[in-house]
Write a protein that binds this ligand. Structure first.
Ligand code: 13P
Ligand code: SF4
Length: 359
């Protein structure tokens, strides 16, 4: 097997040969050995924008997970190829909402609330999907008057949706939906979790009658691990600690933290702090460790004392990056992510609504 040094040399050599023909994009959760080769590193919103603007490259090699690469394909030019170095890099949360279950839910909600707008022109339900979802679901949302959000713009997007709809169906991440709507003042009792009729017996009519946000059952298995006792321990051991968590964490964790925000928000909060600050961070451990290395002036540690990696993000091993780049040098595009044109058109509508939504 190739050593880390050999892989590094192969990646550098292939990138040198390809020059401007390739751009490597990397999510903050990628391991250091991959991030080092990225031309742009960002959160999922910034990476979607990067796919729109890096239009000189023939190839976009996306070091992240499948739904991010699909989004890059939808937003990039048709003659650009998006490559995901390892096709097994998915997202378990994105997999928690599939097209047919969402269609079943949508049908039930339409049965219950009808389809006619109210006196202010607001339709009964607006579907909102988190970026962490398949292209098929982004297309579903695009076709049904809805919108995509990321963790950095969820509040703006919910405001957009409430201006056009009486209520919102939010999927797949219940925690991002609940945390964001709660911060906007929506009472918890108006945010039921949707239960499919056949499998789970459905919701009671009372639960749905006054609902403002209908939440899907999805969650992130990485962020679900963070807990209030971990925050209490961090505060006991470091009285000056600032606890910052990702909004995919459960509500009690976000409530007990000092701040919650996207991966980019977390980076910026750390960069803006006075030297000598202490941070306990509730997000993926590769990013937390890199932040700690980049900021020796602070004390930075992951809230989860064991380890909290995103195992699918970690599937982008530098060996895969070397391989796909060398194939491009040889004129072969492997692991291309290509969203079917009919799906891409509707998904792009939903993504463009997000990109245009303003606070
Ligand atoms: P960001 O949008 O904050 O980059 O988060 C993406 C993600 O998958 C978090 O788990
Ligand atoms: Fe998906 Fe969670 Fe990994 Fe983000 S951290 S890519 S939500 S599994």
């Amino acid at each position: 097997t190739a050593t880390d040094g050999e892989l590094e040399d192969r990646i550098l050599a292939a990138k040198r040969t390809l020059g401007d023909r390739v751009v490597v994009l990397g999510h903050f959760y990628q391991r250091d050995e991959v991030v080092r080769h990225a031309d742009f590193v960002g959160d999922s919103f910034q990476l979607a924008n990067a796919a729109l603007t890096r239009d000189r490259a023939e190839y976009i090699v996306f070091c992240g997970v499948h739904f991010m690469a699909e989004t890059a394909d939808i937003l990039s030019r048709d003659d650009q190829a998006v490559v995901l170095p390892n096709l097994a890099a998915g997202c378990s949360m994105a997999d928690m909402a599939d097209e047919s279950s969402v269609a079943e839910c949508w049908e039930q909600l339409q049965e219950l609330y009808g389809t006619a707008p109210d006196a202010d022109g607001r339709v009964p339900v607006i579907p909102v999907t988190y970026m962490n979802s398949s292209a098929a679901l982004k297309a579903f949302v695009g076709r049904n008057g809805g919108i995509v959000c990321t963790s950095s713009n969820a509040a703006t997007v919910l405001e957009w949706a409430f201006a056009r709809g009486q209520r919102v169906l939010f999927f797949p991440d219940q925690h991002l939906g609940r945390n964001t709507a709660k911060a906007m003042g929506v009472p918890l009792e108006l945010m039921p979790l949707w239960r499919p009729r056949k499998a789970l017996g459905g919701n009671t009519p009372a639960e749905l009658a006054d609902a403002r946000v209908i939440l899907w059952h999805g969650f992130c298995s990485v962020h679900k691990r963070f807990s209030v006792p971990q925050i209490e321990r961090a505060r006991a051991e470091h009285p000056d600690v600032r606890v910052i968590v990702h909004p995919e964490c459960p509500m009690e964790v976000v409530d007990a933290a000092d701040a919650a925000g996207s991966t980019d928000f977390i980076q910026k909060a750390v960069a803006a702090a006075h030297p000598g600050s202490t941070f306990a961070i509730g997000t993926e451990v590769n990013m937390v460790n890199r932040l700690a290395a980049q900021h020796p002036e602070h004390t930075i540690f992951c809230l989860d004392p064991v380890v909290c990696p995103c195992s699918t993000m970690y599937r982008i091993h530098p060996g895969y990056l070397a391989w796909v780049l060398e194939e491009l040098v040889a004129g072969r595009v492997v692991n291309r992510i290509s969203v079917a044109p009919g799906t891409a058109v509707d998904a792009r509508t939903a993504l463009e609504r997000m990109l245009a939504a303003r606070p």
